[in-house]
Write a protein that binds this ligand. Sequence first.
Ligand code: FE2
Length: 313
Amino acid sequence: MNRYNASDLSRWRSDGAALMPGFFTKSEIVPVLDDFGILFSGGQPQPHAAVENTKGKDVRMPSRVQFEHTRMMPFDCSPALNLLALHPALIAFAREALGTEDVRLYQSISWAKFTGQADFDQPFHMDYYNHTLTTIGDDPCQRTVNFSIYATDVTDEHGSIRYVTRGEGDEICGPMRPGMPDVSQQDALRRIERSGAGPSGTVLAYSSDIYHRATNLTAPEGRRYVLFASYKAAENDAVDFVAWPSSVPREWSRLYSADDNPWRHFFEHASPEQLACLNVPLPGDRFWTEVTLARTQTRWPRWDATAWRRAIA
Ligand SMILES: [Fe+2]
C-alpha cells in the first residue's frame, strides 16, 4: 500500500508540511475511534460553538480548557491507539525525512475536541518553543517530524489546522522566527493560510518550525479526534517532550505491575524497530545480556523476546 510518495517528502523538506489524505485505511481507523470513545467518554458536544469574549488586540492562546481532553501515551485503552504512533509507515516517513535510520518517538498525545467545549481558535505559533530550549537546526536531521493523524473527519467546521509554509512564515515574520508573531504579522499570515482539512485517515506531517494555528469547532454536535506523534533523530538530544518511563495514566502503582500497565501493549505487540523508537535497545545491542534480558522479561511476562535472545546466543 502506497501511503505516501516522494513528493510528500519533498514538500515536507521544502515547505515544512505535507498533507496526506488516505494514509490510514478505514479498517485501521475503526478500532482507533473506539479507543478515543473510551478515553474521552466525558466529552459532551454542544449544538453551538463556544466563543471567548476576552480576546482583544493581544495575541494569546485561548483558555486552558482547550487542552482538557488530552492524554499522553500510553493510553488506557486497546493496543490500536497505543500502537498507531509507531505505525511502520510513520517510522519509514520519519526516517526518510530526517535522513537517518535511527529515530525516536518523543511525543504522542491524543486530543479530543468537542463543539462548545472551548473556543479552540489559536493565534499562529511554532511548536518548537516547548520542544527545545534553543531552536530547530537547519539540517533535515536536526528537525522534527510532527504527525497529526485524523481519526474523525476534520473539516473546516471541525477545527482544521491552518498553516503557512516555512518560506512564507519567514517572509512575513523574519528569519528570527518569533514564537508568537505580533498582531499585524498574525493578520498577514491569516491572509495566506492554508487549510489542513482532511477525511478520517489523513495524516499531516509538519515540522515544528512552521507557523500554524488551531481553529474553533463550529459544526453542531461536532467532535474531532486527532493523535499527535512527533519524531526526531536519536542523536538529537536538544529536542524532547516527555520521559516515557514516567508517563503512565493516573495511578503510579501501575508502574510496578504489567497486568494493568498500558506499556504492556508495546511489549506484547511492537516489533524491535518500534520499541527502538521508545529507547528499548535493538537486538544485538551491548545492553542485552542474559541478565538484562531475564530481568526485562520478568517485568513484561508476555513479551516475545525471541529476536533479542537469538542475538545474544
Ligand atoms: Fe501548535
